[in-house]
Every structure is written in structure tokens, then in C-alpha cells.
Design a protein around this ligand. Structure first.
Ligand code: IPD
Ligand code: CA
Ligand code: CA
Length: 266
């Protein structure tokens, strides 16, 4: 394992053990509503601090973007992007689908990433050009040739209800063509599952950069495709994500195209 990825894994495991420690005491946590339906607990914050401390020990000059801490300025050629707990709503309900997500971007290109599910002890990791792994096993995207018999992941636009009609139209277009659609509640894990061949495709409207930054490298290193709603690579900026094996990626893009309002074109 690349030494930089090793540090990211160490940081993810530290955060994971904090998250796991509190998982059956969630009634004791203070939960705040950051925005409509957007919750945060002190676990999110403690976990993020643990990650930042770990990264700063080895890379004191790197810049960091954390969901809870915002931007920590440093050498901007190296940027860590952190979601300390992706799937907070699941976590706060004891629904065991959540993860720590950490990625390093060097000159705006993803080079190392980790998505760690502390409940199932599943560690998804990738380094650019080195493939993607679940624990110590190599993972690969599925090779289905179209929508038939596929399982597709998605997320509901619960924080941006103005997109609900467009979303439901997309859902209606995709639903009859596939075997199933899942909304599991952690975009980082959705992308990790896609990379691991547990799903064949994924789409979601208006995610945040920290939801996607690590999962995107997993998908690419597993041989998959990821893009924005035009199929181009602006997904980190727009938060609009389509991903899948090559055939399913194209099928999703084709199915959603008729429902893209001007602000969803990319
Ligand atoms: C959320 C999860 C969810 C997605 C939301 C995200 P959070 O992240 O990734 O699957 O649908 O849009 O905000 O808030 O639990 O870190
Ligand atoms: Ca998130
Ligand atoms: Ca989060």
C-alpha cells in the first residue's frame, strides 16, 4: 500500500472507531439541524477532528476541506477532502449504512481514497493507477451490457426539494428498465458498492464534493465511469453524478436527459 494511502486508512480507522463507539448510545448525542433535513452530531465533529489531526501529523502543509471544519488552507497542490460520517441520518436512526470518506487530490486529480464502513468493517481503498480494493481484495465494476437485470443506486434530493419533480421523472424513466433501485443513504458507500460490483449504476442530484471525492476514485480504479449529467467530468463542481459500468453509465445518461432543467445540464 502506498504510504500516503496508509495514512488515510489510519485516519479513517480512527474516525471509524469513534463512530462505532457511540453507535449504540445515539440517544445521548446532541443533534443539530444544520439546514432543512441536514443533521450533524458531535460524533461527526469529533471524527473529523481525529482525521485532521492524523493527516496534519504527517502532512502539516497540505490543505484540507472537511464537511464540518470547512477549508484549512495550506499548499493547495495537495487537498484532502473529508466527510467524517457520510450517512448521518442513517447513523442517528441506528440504520447500519454509513461511512468515513477521505480523499487526496493532487493538482485537482484524485490520487488516494478511502471509504470505511466501521459497522461492517469494510474498508474500500484506491490509489491512482493501482486498482481498487475492499479490505485486501481487488474489486471490479460489473460487466452488464445494458440496463436489463441491473441494480441501480440513487439518492433522493431531500435537501433540495426544488429538484423533486425532475428526480421523480428520472426515477420513472429508469425504474421499468432495471431489476431494482436502492436508496441506501450514504453516497460514499453507494459509489464504493458500485466499485465492488454490488450495484451496476448510480445517479444523484446535487451532492456535495465530500460525498463524492473518495468514491469517484474507487469507481474509476475499479474500471467504472463517473460523470456529471452531461457525461463530462464536472461532477465534483456540480454535485450531479452518474456512475456505472460503461453501458449502464450511458443508459442512465440517456434516460435522464429529457428531464434536465437548465441548472441540471452538467
Ligand atoms: C448524505 C448522504 C446521502 C445523500 C445526501 C448526503 P451526510 O451525506 O451521502 O446519501 O443523499 O445528499 O448529504 O449528510 O450524511 O454526510
Ligand atoms: Ca455526506
Ligand atoms: Ca457527513
Amino acid at each position: 500500500m502506498h504510504p500516503t494511502l496508509n495514512i488515510a486508512v489510519k485516519a479513517a480507522r480512527k474516525a471509524g472507531s469513534i463512530i462505532f463507539r457511540y453507535h449504540n448510545q445515539i440517544n445521548l448525542l446532541t443533534v443539530k439541524n444544520k439546514a432543512n433535513n441536514d443533521f450533524v452530531s458531535e460524533v461527526d465533529k469529533i471524527a473529523e477532528d481525529a482525521i485532521i489531526n492524523e493527516l496534519k501529523t504527517t502532512f502539516p502543509n497540505h490543505s484540507i476541506l472537511g464537511e464540518e471544519s470547512g477549508e484549512i488552507l495550506g499548499d493547495n497542490r495537495f487537498q484532502w477532502i473529508i466527510d467524517p460520517l457520510d450517512g448521518t441520518t442513517n447513523y442517528l436512526h441506528g440504520f447500519p449504512q454509513y461511512a468515513v470518506s477521505i480523499a487526496l487530490y493532487e493538482n485537482n486529480e484524485a490520487t488516494h481514497s478511502v471509504v470505511y464502513d466501521p459497522f461492517k468493517e469494510e474498508l474500500f481503498s484506491a490509489s491512482k493507477g493501482q486498482g481498487a480494493y475492499l479490505n485486501e481484495h481487488r474489486i471490479r465494476i460489473t460487466n452488464t451490457r445494458g440496463f436489463k437485470d441491473t441494480l441501480i443506486g440513487t439518492g433522493f434530493p431531500f435537501k433540495s426539494p426544488q429538484y423533486l419533480d425532475a428526480y421523480l421523472a428520472m426515477f420513472k424513466a429508469i425504474h421499468p428498465q432495471v431489476a431494482g433501485i436502492r436508496r441506501a443513504g450514504s453516497a460514499a458507500l453507494d459509489l464504493a458498492y458500485l466499485a465492488a460490483g454490488r450495484m451496476d449504476g448510480f445517479w444523484e442530484i446535487k451532492l456535495n464534493i465530500w460525498d463524492i471525492a473518495a468514491g469517484a476514485l474507487l469507481v474509476k480504479e475499479a474500471g467504472g465511469f463517473i460523470g456529471d449529467f452531461s457525461g463530462a467530468d464536472k461532477y465534483l463542481e456540480t454535485g450531479n453524478v452518474v456512475a456505472g459500468n460503461e453501458a449502464v453509465f450511458k443508459e442512465i445518461l440517456t434516460s435522464i436527459r429529457p428531464y434536465l432543467s437548465p441548472d441540471l445540464q452538467q
